[in-house]
Design a protein around this ligand. Structure first.
Ligand code: NAG
Ligand code: NAG
Ligand code: NAG
Length: 974
């Protein structure tokens, strides 16, 4: 009993004590308390990159002047601490709970860690607690329910875990709650109805489960309900429950909700976003969603929804025409929707129409062309048939068009080439036929072009290389034939090319090596041939390379060892030979990558079931020998050639711009007859010496007969000789762009990694050199004159024939070839130069042949058409004197030019080739006159000063006059 009396006394004492404590706290909190609390915060901040707190929060001045701190005007106590987005790191000290006048605490957008101190829950005046975008963790304190003035609670983008304390939903003053992007679990507390002022609720991206408290849907204040990406389940309340006069946003995507979409949703007349994507809703898509006049986004995809069975068409679409603000309409992956697209689709005003995977039948109505706002149309994986409506070409804003996996038939409508904004075009897996229209090259915005698994035929339009921004290109599994685009290197940023399973033929252009971003390349299952270009070593990003099932020959270039990211490599079933590279990624590939080839060998370390490589196999040995000879024979030439290559290279861009392109005037390289190394080897009896026609600066020329009987000259470039590689390029470039009866015709080129050859028309008459100097040949004066007219005509064409003058640079009897009719053809363009439109001269250091070189070329490297004219003058002299300009009689001051010049006119007969005068008594005088005119012309050509030389037009005219005069005179005298 004594106990019972004692208890009240104890209680009073306790109450008194606690009153005293609370009184003393209240009594003693003042601006100093506030300062201590803020200094505690400053002390907890361990990183302050802008030095804001470090320098500014100084006790020298009042806290009320500190940055981010606001004090009340009357009581001068801290009312707001706002340190938003200052990159502060640290923890929140409990002392902040002593800021008893605090209404605003915002530390968001920093790097605060740790928990929310529960002392903060005693800030009874706090209205805004904003801690979003930090690294806070732990539970949200249960005592948070004490913050009875709290209106805005922002805790999103932290790592809070555990349950949402139900006490949160007892703070009746709350207007906005944002707890999204945390790791919260458990249910949404059912107390929801205790929030009479709530307008916005965000809980997305947590792991909240259970049902959505039905009272949410009975709120007259709620505007935003945003709950995506949780594990919410259950039904939405049926009609009666859904009374949300202010609801603007209802986002419930990616949950586990099921049941029907309540028809009463169409009463929420302020709704702008309805997103229930990715749940398990079933039943019909309400047909009166058109009542939601403010609707901007309707996303109901990835559910089990159907269209009303009363119509064979997607009837819900018709009413949506009333929603003039509807931008996004998405009902994809609802396989039960089925039905056809109604004609009324044309009344929609959407920007995005996403309805893939809905089993939509029928054809695409032409009215689609009226949906003029459309930016993105995706009808992938439906059952659409018929042809593509050409009206799609009217959708000027369209950026993505995706119709993959349907049954679309017919041609690719050229009207689609009007879609200048298009960046994604996906038609994979349809039944489209005919050619890929060349006008696709006009869609320069295209970044993704997928036309695979159709029935497209003909060749890949060369215009596609105009798509210089393209990233991914897939034309696989069609019936495409012909060559790969030559200028494939223009796809500068492409990352993926799939041309597999077609009937493409020809060789891979070397320019493929420019595609440094390419990660995926499949050319498998075609008829491609020739070498794997050495330039593949430039594809430094490549991860997948599939060249299997083609006719590639030669070796696997060693340069592929440089491809550090190569994971998948397949060259099986080709005709490759030689040693498999053994470094880099090649240590990882199995026999599956290499099987079905001709004669591949491998070092034992690769552990492939292939024969080991013989030490000197595949020409290694002989190549060394050639190298040795060349380095002894051409050392000076090599050095000069290196300079030439550098100079030529530096002019390349400009030159390309000026050259007439292949498409403009002439057949492209691609149209040359393709000749393989093997064929050339056979044609020349293994490049046998008996077939050697001559050896030039850059290589050897062999005679050969191709398998179809065509007689050819094969010019093989010595690739070890620096400059020969470039020479091959120059010659190809020149010859492919020019055609003239007096120029040697190119029939084909053969370009492998270690073998480059030009296949030229064979000239049975041999060279002018041979005809002039060998004893079993004789050319009479008329033949010589004709040959000179031919050569002059060729030069006239090169200099004046089209916009870019071509300078031969190396005119000499060796380079003039005669056919069976003794018609002369100018050949060997190995060091030819092209002049840009505004250049009349260029500088170079290419080695031309001494004796024929113009003085300005020899001394200063100046190249111009006038230099060729000079050489032609020397050539004329040589042809009619039968003296080489390099003859030993010419030394010091005495050159062929000086010799001729001082002999004219009186001593003419001392310089003219005596063979021309033998047995030609009757024509003596005509011959003499002719020779005189020719040598005088020769001197006009070889004037010391370039400006004083005549041009090739005049030369041709003069030569023709000389010929007519000669014929006239000799006939008269005969
Ligand atoms: C702190 O910053 C405020 C606001 O920028 C400024 O008015 C005050 O003078 C600063 N105080 C100190 C000590 O730098
Ligand atoms: C915050 O820090 C990040 C990274 O440390 C930096 O990039 C950013 O510029 C900083 N912002 C400010 C306002 O100092
Ligand atoms: C208020 O905060 C607590 C921590 O929550 C401190 O321990 C106290 O010393 C502080 N009081 C004052 C007057 O600063």
């Amino acid at each position: 009993m004594g106990n019972t009396r004692f208890i009240p006394i104890l209680m009073v004492a306790v109450l008194l004590f606690s009153f005293m404590i609370s009184f003393s706290t209240k009594a003693t909190t003042n601006i100093n308390t506030d300062q201590l609390a803020l200094l505690a915060l400053k002390a907890r901040v361990n990183s302050d990159p802008q030095n804001l707190l470090t320098t500014n929060w100084s006790t020298v001045s009042s806290v009320c002047n500190w940055i981010g701190v606001t004090c009340g005007s009357r009581h001068r106590r801290v009312t707001a601490v706002n340190l938003i987005g200052m990159n502060l790191s640290g923890t929140i000290p409990p002392h902040l709970g002593n800021l008893s006048f605090l209404a605003v605490l915002s530390l968001s957008g920093n790097n605060f860690m740790g928990v929310i101190p529960s002392s903060l829950c005693s800030l009874l005046k706090l209205e805004l607690l904003s801690l979003y975008e930090n690294n806070l963790y732990g539970q949200i304190p249960v005592a948070i329910g004490n913050l009875s003035s709290l209106r805005w609670l922002y805790l999103s983008k932290n790592q809070f875990s555990g349950f949402i304390p139900s006490s949160v939903f007892n703070i009746s003053s709350l207007v906005q709650i944002d707890l999204s992007c945390n790791q919260l679990i458990g249910n949404i507390p059912l107390q929801f109805g205790n929030l009479p002022k709530l307008e916005e609720l965000y809980l997305s991206f947590n792991s909240i489960s259970g049902i959505i408290p039905p009272r949410i849907f009975n709120s007259s204040t709620v505007r935003f309900i945003v709950l995506p990406a949780n594990q919410l389940s259950g039904y939405l309340p049926s009609n009666t429950g859904l009374w949300l006069p202010k609801l603007e946003i209802l986002e419930l995507a990616k949950n586990e909700l099921s049941g029907l979409i309540p028809a009463s949703i169409s009463n929420a007349s302020r709704l702008t976003i309805l997103d229930i994507d990715g749940n398990s809703f079933s039943g019909y898509i309400p047909i009166d969603l058109g009542n939601l006049r403010d609707l901007q986004i309707l996303a109901v995809g990835q559910n089990n929804l159907a269209s009303t069975p009363s119509s064979s068409e997607l009837s819900f679409l018709s009413s949506l025409a009333n929603c003039k603000h509807l931008r996004v309409l998405e009902f994809a992956i609802n396989p039960m929707i089925s039905g056809k697209l109604p004609v009324s689709i044309g009344n929609l005003s959407v920007e995005q129409f996403l309805a893939y995977g809905c089993n939509i039948k029928g054809s695409i109505p032409g009215e689609i062309g009226n949906v003029s706002n459309l930016i993105w149309l995706d009808l992938d994986n439906n059952k659409l048939g018929g042809s593509l409506p050409t009206t799609i070409g009217r959708l000027k804003n369209l950026q993505r068009l995706s119709l993959q996996g349907n049954n679309l038939e017919g041609f690719f409508p050229a009207e689609l080439c009007n879609l200048k904004s298009l960046s994604y075009l996906y038609f994979t897996g349809n039944k489209l036929v005919g050619p890929i229209p060349a006008c696709l090259g006009d869609l320069v915005s295209l970044r993704y072009l997928f036309l695979g698994s159709n029935k497209f035929a003909n060749s890949i339009p060369s215009t596609l290389t105009r798509l210089t921004d393209i990233l991914q290109l897939n034309l696989s599994s069609n019936c495409l034939s012909g060559p790969l685009p030559v200028d494939i290197g223009k796809w500068k940023v492409i990352t993926s090319i799939d041309f597999s399973k077609n009937q493409l033929s020809g060789e891979i252009s070397m320019s493929i090596g420019d595609l440094t971003d390419l990660t995926y390349l499949s050319l498998s299952g075609n008829r491609l041939q020739g070498p794997i270009p050495e330039s593949f070593g430039g594809l430094i990003s490549l991860q997948v390379l599939d060249l299997s099932r083609n006719n590639f020959s030669g070796i696997i270039p060693k340069s592929l060892e440089k491809l550090l990211y190569l994971e998948h490599f397949n060259v099986s079933f080709n005709r490759l030979q030689g040693e498999i590279p053994n470094k880099g990624s090649f240590t990882n590939f199995s026999i599956q990558s290499f099987m079905g080839n001709k004669a591949l060998c491998a070092v034992p370390q690769l552990q492939l079931p292939l024969p080991p490589c013989k030490a000197n196999s595949f020409g290694k040995h002989s190549r060394k020998a050639i190298q040795l000879v060349e380095y002894i024979l051409f050392p000076i030439g090599s050095i000069i050639l290196v300079l030439a290559v550098i100079l030529t290279f530096s002019r390349r861009g400009k030159r390309n711009a000026n050259l007439p392109t292949a498409q403009e005037n002439f057949p492209a390289l691609a149209e040359w007859r393709r000749v393989s190394y093997q064929e050339l080897q056979q044609a020349t009896y293994g490049f046998s010496e008996s077939k050697l026609l001559g050896v030039g600066c850059f290589g050897s020329v062999y005679q050969g007969i191709l398998s179809d009987g065509l007689s050819v000259a094969v010019k093989v470039f010595n690739l070890e000789l620096e400059g020969a590689f470039k020479s091959f390029g120059v010659e190809c470039e020149v010859l492919r762009n020019i055609r003239h009866r007096n120029l040697v015709k190119i029939i084909s080129s053969c370009s492998n990694v270690d073998f480059k050859a030009l296949v030229l028309e064979f000239m049975p008459g041999g060279s002018l050199e041979k005809c002039l100097y060998s004893h079993n040949h004789f050319l009479d004066i008329l033949q010589r004159l004709n040959i000179m007219i031919d050569v002059a005509s060729a030069l006239e064409y090169l200099h004046h024939g089209y916009t870019t003058p071509v300078i031969h640079c190396d005119l000499k009897p060796n380079n003039i070839l005669l056919d069976e009719d003794m018609v002369a053809h100018l050949g060997d363009f190995g060091i030819a130069k092209l002049l840009g439109e505004h250049d009349s001269t260029i500088h170079t250091m290419t080695l031309a042949t001494i004796g024929y070189m113009s003085p300005e070329y020899g001394s200063k490297g100046i190249v111009s058409t006038k230099g060729d004219v000079y050489s032609f003058g020397i050539l004329l002299m040589e042809t009619f004197t039968r003296k080489k300009p390099t003859d030993e009689i010419f030394a010091g001051e005495m050159s062929i030019k000086y010799w001729v010049k001082q002999s004219l006119p009186s001593a003419l007969m001392e310089v003219v080739d005596t063979n021309l005068l033998n047995n030609r008594e009757r024509q003596y005088s005509a011959t003499r006159d002719c020779a005189l005119s020719i040598l005088q012309l020769a001197l006009e050509c070889s004037e010391e000063v370039p400006e004083e030389r005549i041009d090739m037009k005049e030369v041709v005219a003069k030569l023709k006059k000389i010929k007519i005069k000669f014929l006239h005179e000799s006939n008269r005298r005969a």
